[in-house]
Write a protein that binds this ligand. Structure first.
Ligand SMILES: [Zn+2]
Length: 469
């Protein structure tokens, strides 16, 4: 529970929560719609820890529970063990001739899709009576490998316990995780694969930059990024996914860099005979961002499998994929705009500008439970008009300083320190992203900032992190 509280705290200061999509459940027999899948997920998703906190025992327990609940339909096998001996699980559902392989978290700290794989299984089980789910089971055999890199997940790191990036090990196969994935692919020979990742929190789409909440890639299988029937299937699938997600996150679907990576699994699966769609979960506004990312993955995967099973994929236009905005890296976690900036150094007079703050995340064990720790740092300052942000703070008429008083609360009247003797954090790139937004108050409202004179009202403490001084 402590873990959940910590996660909530990490994003509690984001004011623009994503409004939940309110839709009625679909009538029996109606086509799957993104809104209906969202409503289904809200009502029925598998209770698991929020994605960054999910651990290998959670995956093992969820798999066991799913197999028990869906005996006779869902099977489980161990396809290998991680460097540190954790079971690599392979779950199979459906009896159809077309095989599909989905694997998540080959990068240990990229977990958003892992719960979605269990939600997909839950959807098939509960909706077995519907035409869509029945069709998927009859025409597809769906193979899932949730959390391919459990040792990395344990450490909340990208790489495995050897320090190898498993997604650069498709040729050398020095990681047991990579070998297990390769062996499974060679055994089941899937027509389509889904490589499920998370991308950097600065990833943006379009101009002006919006968060690239989901990025898609029909993975190339040669340096020339040639088209082939296989790659076209991946593009058609990605187009269907974009069309499903765009109404839920308008303008926030991007295209991942499509350069061929000779060592990566997605690219080599293409060579070995499997079309691969890469889905990257990225930044999203709001306190409910983590479960919302899992929900978007669920909508994407059910949509893609339904299209494949119903035969719609093969005739679908690739236009929605071809026209995706290419990802950029123009997003801050938080941007303070048009502030009077007081850096907290005696030699720099106040100036007007914007401040961009980014966060890094770590999973720590606190009181025996995994908890997310978010550290905020100043990433840039000056004229930042070309950047977007998950949270935008208009500071016109306000003064921005380092958070110089740990006791101060919103609304308090406080005085600036004497910056000449100040030894605390300053408002500079690389410094803590915990800042005060102040307004002149009291006896000498005209007093210039930085002189240590006059009273100031603390309008807001800016702090997208969870670390406390
Ligand atoms: Zn990744």
């Amino acid at each position: 529970m402590a873990a959940v509280v910590a996660l909530m705290a990490a994003s509690a200061c984001a004011p623009k929560a994503v409004a939940p999509v309110r839709v009625a459940p679909p009538a029996p027999g109606t086509t799957l719609t993104p809104a209906a899948l969202v409503a289904w997920w809200d009502a029925n998703h598998v209770p698991l820890p929020p994605a960054p906190l999910i651990a290998h025992p959670d995956v093992v327990a969820a798999a066991a529970k799913a197999v028990t609940a869906d005996a006779g339909h869902l099977t489980r096998e161990v396809i290998g063990r991680s460097v540190e001996g954790r079971d690599l699980l392979h779950l199979t559902i459906g009896t159809g001739p077309t095989h599909v392989l989905l694997w998540s978290q080959m990068h240990g700290d990229e977990a958003s899709a892992t719960p979605a794989l269990f939600d997909l299984l839950e959807w098939i089980r509960r909706e077995r009576g519907s035409a869509a789910a029945a069709r998927i089971e009859a025409r597809l055999t769906v193979h899932l490998v949730p959390m391919l890199n459990p040792d990395g997940a344990e450490r909340f790191q990208r790489r495995n316990a050897q320090g190898i990036d498993v997604n650069r090990d498709a040729l050398l196969l020095q990681t047991p995780e990579g070998r297990a994935l390769k062996a499974l692919r060679d055994r089941v020979r899937p027509a389509l694969g889904f490589n499920l990742h998370n991308q950097n929190g600065q990833t943006s789409a379009g101009t002006p930059p919006k968060p690239a909440t989901i990025s898609l890639l029909a993975v190339a299988h040669d340096q020339a990024r040639s088209d082939s029937p296989r790659r076209t299937v991946a593009k058609q699938t990605a187009a269907l996914v974009r069309e499903a997600l765009e109404p839920l996150i308008p303008g926030q679907v991007g295209r991942y860099d499509d350069a061929f990576e000779v060592r990566a699994f997605g690219d080599n699966l293409g060579i070995w005979g499997t079309a691969v769609v890469l889905i990257e979960s990225g930044p999203l506004q709001g306190a409910d961002a983590e479960p919302a990312l899992t929900r978007l993955n669920f909508v994407a995967l059910v949509t893609a499998l339904d299209a494949l099973a119903s035969g719609r994929t093969a005739t679908h236009s690739t236009t929605a994929y071809d026209t995706l905005p290419v990802n950029d890296s123009n997003l801050f976690r938080l941007k303070v705009r048009n502030a009077t900036i007081v850096q907290g150094t005696p030699t720099v007079p106040p100036f007007r500008g914007d401040v961009g703050i980014n966060v890094s995340r770590a999973v720590v064990v606190r009181d025996g439970a995994r908890a997310l720790e978010v550290t905020a740092r100043i990433a840039d300052l000056g004229d930042l008009r070309v950047y977007g942000a998950l949270e935008d703070v208009d500071a016109s008429g306000l003064t921005l300083t380092p958070a110089f008083d740990p006791q101060a609360r919103q609304g308090d009247i406080i005085r600036l320190p004497d910056w000449a003797s100040w030894r605390g954090p300053t408002l500079a790139v690389g410094q803590p992203g915990r800042l005060f937004l102040l307004q002149p108050a009291g006896a000498s409202p005209g007093a210039a900032a930085g002189e240590g004179s006059g009273n100031w009202r603390l309008i807001r403490t800016i702090d997208p992190g969870t670390a406390r001084p």
